[in-house]
Design a protein around this ligand. Sequence first.
Ligand code: HH2
Length: 272
Amino acid sequence: MGVVNVTPDSFSDGGRWLDPAAAIAHGRELLDAGAAILDVGGESTRPGSAPVPEAEELRRVVPVLEALAPHARRAGGPGLSVDTSKAAVARAALGAGADLVNDVTALRGDPAMAGVVAEAGCHCCLMHMLGEPRTMQDDPRYDDVVSDVKAFLEERLAFAVAAGIAEERVWLDPGIGFGKTIDHNLELLRRLDELAALGRPLVVGTSRKGFLGRITGREVDDRLAGTIATNVLALERGATVFRVHDAGPVRDALQVAAATLRGSWTPPTTTS
Ligand code: HH2
Protein backbone atom coordinates (compact mmCIF):
# COMPACT_ATOMS: atom_id res chain seq x y z
CA MET A 1 0.00 0.00 0.00
CA GLY A 2 1.65 3.20 -1.22
CA VAL A 3 0.98 6.45 0.65
CA VAL A 4 -0.20 9.56 -1.22
CA ASN A 5 -0.33 12.43 1.26
CA VAL A 6 -2.16 15.42 -0.24
CA THR A 7 -1.27 17.56 2.78
CA PRO A 8 0.99 20.51 3.62
CA ASP A 9 2.12 19.01 6.92
CA SER A 10 2.54 15.20 6.84
CA PHE A 11 5.50 14.18 8.97
CA SER A 12 7.69 12.78 6.19
CA ASP A 13 6.54 14.35 2.93
CA GLY A 14 4.27 17.27 3.91
CA GLY A 15 3.79 19.72 1.02
CA ARG A 16 5.46 17.57 -1.63
CA TRP A 17 2.21 16.33 -3.17
CA LEU A 18 -0.23 19.09 -2.18
CA ASP A 19 -0.61 20.12 -5.81
CA PRO A 20 -3.13 17.64 -7.32
CA ALA A 21 -1.01 17.06 -10.45
CA ALA A 22 2.01 16.20 -8.29
CA ALA A 23 -0.07 13.87 -6.11
CA ILE A 24 -1.50 12.08 -9.15
CA ALA A 25 1.95 11.67 -10.71
CA HIS A 26 3.27 10.37 -7.40
CA GLY A 27 0.42 7.86 -7.13
CA ARG A 28 1.16 6.57 -10.60
CA GLU A 29 4.85 6.24 -9.74
CA LEU A 30 3.94 4.18 -6.67
CA LEU A 31 1.77 1.88 -8.82
CA ASP A 32 4.59 1.52 -11.38
CA ALA A 33 6.96 0.70 -8.52
CA GLY A 34 4.72 -2.19 -7.46
CA ALA A 35 2.19 -0.82 -4.99
CA ALA A 36 -1.02 -2.88 -5.19
CA ILE A 37 -3.08 -0.26 -3.34
CA LEU A 38 -2.83 3.52 -3.04
CA ASP A 39 -3.84 5.22 0.21
CA VAL A 40 -4.81 8.86 -0.46
CA GLY A 41 -5.07 11.17 2.55
CA GLY A 42 -5.86 14.87 2.97
CA GLU A 43 -5.32 15.19 6.73
CA SER A 44 -2.10 14.56 8.61
CA THR A 45 -2.43 12.47 11.76
CA ARG A 46 1.16 12.98 12.92
CA PRO A 47 1.61 13.58 16.65
CA GLY A 48 0.46 17.11 17.49
CA SER A 49 -1.47 17.64 14.23
CA ALA A 50 -4.73 19.61 14.18
CA PRO A 51 -7.90 18.45 12.37
CA VAL A 52 -8.55 19.73 8.82
CA PRO A 53 -12.00 21.18 7.95
CA GLU A 54 -14.17 18.84 5.88
CA ALA A 55 -14.39 21.13 2.84
CA GLU A 56 -10.61 21.44 2.67
CA GLU A 57 -10.07 17.70 3.01
CA LEU A 58 -12.61 17.07 0.23
CA ARG A 59 -10.89 19.64 -1.98
CA ARG A 60 -7.55 17.88 -1.48
CA VAL A 61 -8.49 14.25 -2.02
CA VAL A 62 -11.43 14.02 -4.44
CA PRO A 63 -9.67 15.21 -7.65
CA VAL A 64 -6.67 13.00 -6.86
CA LEU A 65 -8.85 9.93 -6.29
CA GLU A 66 -10.83 10.59 -9.48
CA ALA A 67 -7.65 10.77 -11.54
CA LEU A 68 -6.04 7.71 -9.94
CA ALA A 69 -9.12 5.47 -9.91
CA PRO A 70 -8.77 4.13 -13.48
CA HIS A 71 -5.15 3.18 -12.77
CA ALA A 72 -5.66 1.67 -9.34
CA ARG A 73 -8.28 -0.99 -10.12
CA ARG A 74 -7.23 -4.40 -8.91
CA ALA A 75 -8.69 -7.84 -9.38
CA GLY A 76 -9.19 -9.69 -6.12
CA GLY A 77 -9.27 -6.78 -3.70
CA PRO A 78 -9.42 -3.04 -3.17
CA GLY A 79 -6.93 -0.88 -5.07
CA LEU A 80 -7.73 2.66 -3.96
CA SER A 81 -8.01 3.70 -0.33
CA VAL A 82 -9.00 6.98 1.29
CA ASP A 83 -7.30 7.78 4.59
CA THR A 84 -10.02 9.69 6.43
CA SER A 85 -12.09 9.63 9.59
CA LYS A 86 -14.88 11.84 8.22
CA ALA A 87 -18.00 10.16 6.82
CA ALA A 88 -18.65 12.90 4.24
CA VAL A 89 -15.10 12.60 2.91
CA ALA A 90 -15.40 8.81 2.78
CA ARG A 91 -18.73 9.06 0.91
CA ALA A 92 -17.29 11.47 -1.68
CA ALA A 93 -14.12 9.38 -2.01
CA LEU A 94 -16.14 6.22 -2.66
CA GLY A 95 -18.06 8.14 -5.31
CA ALA A 96 -14.74 9.17 -6.85
CA GLY A 97 -13.57 5.57 -7.15
CA ALA A 98 -12.09 4.59 -3.78
CA ASP A 99 -12.96 1.06 -2.62
CA LEU A 100 -11.36 1.02 0.85
CA VAL A 101 -11.86 3.41 3.78
CA ASN A 102 -8.80 3.63 6.02
CA ASP A 103 -10.13 5.13 9.24
CA VAL A 104 -7.46 5.72 11.88
CA THR A 105 -10.22 6.21 14.48
CA ALA A 106 -11.69 2.75 13.73
CA LEU A 107 -15.22 4.16 13.23
CA ARG A 108 -15.10 6.21 16.47
CA GLY A 109 -14.36 9.60 14.91
CA ASP A 110 -17.63 10.19 13.07
CA PRO A 111 -20.88 8.43 14.07
CA ALA A 112 -21.98 8.32 10.41
CA MET A 113 -18.85 6.51 9.18
CA ALA A 114 -19.96 2.91 9.86
CA GLY A 115 -23.19 3.51 7.93
CA VAL A 116 -21.32 4.93 4.94
CA VAL A 117 -19.02 1.90 4.78
CA ALA A 118 -21.88 -0.57 5.34
CA GLU A 119 -24.03 1.00 2.65
CA ALA A 120 -21.19 1.11 0.11
CA GLY A 121 -20.21 -2.50 0.82
CA CYS A 122 -16.56 -1.44 0.52
CA HIS A 123 -13.55 -2.61 2.52
CA CYS A 124 -12.42 -0.72 5.61
CA CYS A 125 -9.29 -0.67 7.72
CA LEU A 126 -9.80 -0.22 11.47
CA MET A 127 -6.73 1.08 13.29
CA HIS A 128 -5.87 1.27 16.97
CA MET A 129 -5.05 4.70 18.39
CA LEU A 130 -4.80 5.69 22.04
CA GLY A 131 -6.21 9.21 22.44
CA GLU A 132 -6.13 11.62 19.50
CA PRO A 133 -3.26 12.90 17.34
CA ARG A 134 -2.92 16.21 19.20
CA THR A 135 -2.08 14.51 22.50
CA MET A 136 -1.53 10.80 21.79
CA GLN A 137 2.22 10.79 22.47
CA ASP A 138 1.83 12.38 25.94
CA ASP A 139 2.80 9.45 28.14
CA PRO A 140 0.80 6.55 26.60
CA ARG A 141 0.28 3.62 29.01
CA TYR A 142 -1.07 0.07 28.67
CA ASP A 143 -1.45 -2.95 30.95
CA ASP A 144 -0.08 -5.15 28.18
CA VAL A 145 0.10 -3.31 24.89
CA VAL A 146 -0.53 -6.35 22.68
CA SER A 147 -3.48 -7.66 24.72
CA ASP A 148 -4.96 -4.16 24.99
CA VAL A 149 -4.66 -3.49 21.24
CA LYS A 150 -6.01 -6.95 20.44
CA ALA A 151 -9.07 -6.44 22.68
CA PHE A 152 -9.68 -3.05 21.09
CA LEU A 153 -9.49 -4.46 17.55
CA GLU A 154 -11.80 -7.34 18.47
CA GLU A 155 -14.35 -4.90 19.89
CA ARG A 156 -14.12 -2.63 16.84
CA LEU A 157 -14.53 -5.61 14.49
CA ALA A 158 -17.68 -6.65 16.38
CA PHE A 159 -18.95 -3.05 16.25
CA ALA A 160 -18.39 -2.91 12.48
CA VAL A 161 -20.21 -6.20 11.91
CA ALA A 162 -23.12 -5.09 14.13
CA ALA A 163 -23.32 -1.93 11.99
CA GLY A 164 -23.76 -4.04 8.85
CA ILE A 165 -20.19 -4.17 7.53
CA ALA A 166 -19.32 -7.64 6.24
CA GLU A 167 -16.60 -9.20 8.40
CA GLU A 168 -14.65 -10.33 5.33
CA ARG A 169 -14.31 -6.66 4.29
CA VAL A 170 -12.61 -5.55 7.51
CA TRP A 171 -8.87 -5.17 7.84
CA LEU A 172 -7.16 -4.45 11.17
CA ASP A 173 -4.10 -2.36 12.09
CA PRO A 174 -2.25 -1.99 15.42
CA GLY A 175 -1.55 1.69 14.68
CA ILE A 176 2.21 1.81 15.03
CA GLY A 177 3.15 5.24 16.48
CA PHE A 178 -0.40 6.21 17.44
CA GLY A 179 -0.27 6.66 21.22
CA LYS A 180 2.71 4.33 21.67
CA THR A 181 6.24 4.58 23.02
CA ILE A 182 9.16 3.07 21.13
CA ASP A 183 8.93 -0.01 23.36
CA HIS A 184 5.20 -0.34 22.67
CA ASN A 185 5.84 -0.23 18.91
CA LEU A 186 8.59 -2.83 19.14
CA GLU A 187 6.53 -5.15 21.30
CA LEU A 188 3.57 -4.92 18.91
CA LEU A 189 5.82 -5.79 15.98
CA ARG A 190 7.54 -8.60 17.87
CA ARG A 191 4.19 -10.15 18.89
CA LEU A 192 2.23 -9.33 15.72
CA ASP A 193 1.30 -13.01 15.35
CA GLU A 194 -1.06 -12.55 18.32
CA LEU A 195 -2.98 -9.92 16.31
CA ALA A 196 -2.85 -11.98 13.11
CA ALA A 197 -4.70 -14.64 15.13
CA LEU A 198 -7.80 -12.43 14.92
CA GLY A 199 -8.16 -13.88 11.43
CA ARG A 200 -8.48 -10.65 9.47
CA PRO A 201 -5.90 -9.12 7.09
CA LEU A 202 -3.40 -7.18 9.15
CA VAL A 203 -2.12 -3.78 7.99
CA VAL A 204 1.11 -2.33 9.40
CA GLY A 205 2.38 1.20 8.96
CA THR A 206 5.94 1.68 10.17
CA SER A 207 7.20 3.66 7.18
CA ARG A 208 9.72 6.38 8.15
CA LYS A 209 8.14 6.69 11.61
CA GLY A 210 9.80 8.37 14.56
CA PHE A 211 10.75 5.22 16.45
CA LEU A 212 12.94 4.16 13.49
CA GLY A 213 14.71 7.52 13.72
CA ARG A 214 15.15 7.21 17.47
CA ILE A 215 16.72 3.74 17.12
CA THR A 216 18.99 4.49 14.13
CA GLY A 217 19.65 8.20 14.62
CA ARG A 218 18.44 8.77 11.04
CA GLU A 219 16.42 11.71 9.76
CA VAL A 220 12.99 11.10 8.25
CA ASP A 221 14.23 10.84 4.65
CA ASP A 222 16.82 8.27 5.62
CA ARG A 223 14.74 5.60 7.33
CA LEU A 224 14.18 3.19 4.44
CA ALA A 225 16.41 0.47 5.88
CA GLY A 226 14.55 0.61 9.19
CA THR A 227 11.24 0.59 7.31
CA ILE A 228 12.28 -2.52 5.39
CA ALA A 229 13.51 -4.33 8.52
CA THR A 230 10.20 -3.81 10.30
CA ASN A 231 8.08 -4.75 7.28
CA VAL A 232 10.01 -7.98 6.68
CA LEU A 233 9.59 -8.95 10.33
CA ALA A 234 5.91 -8.04 10.15
CA LEU A 235 5.48 -10.27 7.08
CA GLU A 236 7.06 -13.16 8.92
CA ARG A 237 4.66 -12.60 11.84
CA GLY A 238 1.50 -12.56 9.70
CA ALA A 239 1.00 -9.00 8.38
CA THR A 240 -0.53 -8.86 4.91
CA VAL A 241 -0.69 -5.17 3.97
CA PHE A 242 2.34 -2.88 4.30
CA ARG A 243 1.61 0.85 4.25
CA VAL A 244 4.77 2.57 2.95
CA HIS A 245 6.10 5.69 1.23
CA ASP A 246 8.79 3.82 -0.77
CA ALA A 247 6.86 1.14 -2.64
CA GLY A 248 9.63 -0.20 -4.90
CA PRO A 249 12.34 -1.14 -2.39
CA VAL A 250 9.82 -2.44 0.15
CA ARG A 251 8.12 -4.59 -2.46
CA ASP A 252 11.46 -6.12 -3.49
CA ALA A 253 12.34 -6.85 0.13
CA LEU A 254 8.93 -8.42 0.79
CA GLN A 255 9.09 -10.53 -2.37
CA VAL A 256 12.44 -11.97 -1.37
CA ALA A 257 11.36 -12.48 2.22
CA ALA A 258 8.09 -14.14 1.14
CA ALA A 259 9.93 -16.43 -1.31
CA THR A 260 12.33 -17.43 1.45
CA LEU A 261 9.51 -18.18 3.88
CA ARG A 262 7.60 -20.14 1.20
CA GLY A 263 10.63 -21.92 -0.17
CA SER A 264 9.57 -21.11 -3.76
CA TRP A 265 9.68 -18.15 -6.10
CA THR A 266 8.53 -16.93 -9.50
CA PRO A 267 10.31 -14.45 -11.78
CA PRO A 268 8.78 -10.95 -11.95
CA THR A 269 6.15 -10.39 -14.65
CA THR A 270 7.08 -6.73 -15.21
CA THR A 271 10.42 -5.01 -15.49
CA SER A 272 9.40 -1.73 -13.85
N1 HH2 B 1 -0.06 5.91 9.64
C1 HH2 B 1 -0.24 7.18 9.22
C2 HH2 B 1 -1.43 7.56 8.58
N2 HH2 B 1 -2.40 6.66 8.35
N3 HH2 B 1 -3.22 4.45 8.49
C3 HH2 B 1 -3.07 3.18 8.89
N4 HH2 B 1 -4.03 2.27 8.63
N5 HH2 B 1 -1.93 2.76 9.53
C4 HH2 B 1 -0.90 3.62 9.83
O1 HH2 B 1 0.10 3.20 10.46
C5 HH2 B 1 -1.04 4.99 9.41
C6 HH2 B 1 -2.24 5.37 8.74
C7 HH2 B 1 0.85 8.19 9.42
O2 HH2 B 1 1.71 8.24 8.32
P1 HH2 B 1 1.65 9.36 7.16
O3 HH2 B 1 0.35 9.28 6.43
O4 HH2 B 1 2.84 9.26 6.30
O5 HH2 B 1 1.78 10.72 7.94
P2 HH2 B 1 0.74 11.87 8.28
O6 HH2 B 1 -0.30 11.29 9.17
O7 HH2 B 1 1.59 12.91 8.94
O8 HH2 B 1 0.14 12.34 6.98
